[in-house]
Design a protein around this ligand. Structure first.
Ligand code: SF4
Length: 83
């Protein structure tokens, strides 16, 4: 198992470490904080259709949408009525 530095900046990581750290973060969220799986997929489906999605990031908030959508209390950066 590789060891990932938890205090590294993104620029210090390889691409694979970088993406893995994002997905590990999402996986590490407590169940009480995490968006239920069907809602998470619905959120991501909405982001996929959105003109503000650029390279996995929302241009309005600067978040990786897979992280933003994973937290139950978060909402769409454009309109909180959407998700
Ligand atoms: S969070 Fe909202 S504004 Fe941002 S990419 Fe997703 S749908 Fe678009």
């Amino acid at each position: 198992m590789d060891i990932v530095c938890r205090r590294c900046l993104l620029k210090d990581m390889t691409d694979s470490e970088y993406y893995r750290s994002i997905f590990e973060y999402v996986e590490s969220l407590d169940e009480t904080m995490r968006t239920p799986a069907p809602d998470y997929e619905a959120r991501l489906a909405y982001c996929r259709q959105c003109s503000h999605l650029i390279n996995g990031m929302c241009e309005l908030c600067g978040c990786f949408v897979e992280v933003r959508a994973a937290k139950r209390q978060n909402h769409c950066a454009k309109d909180s009525r959407i998700w």
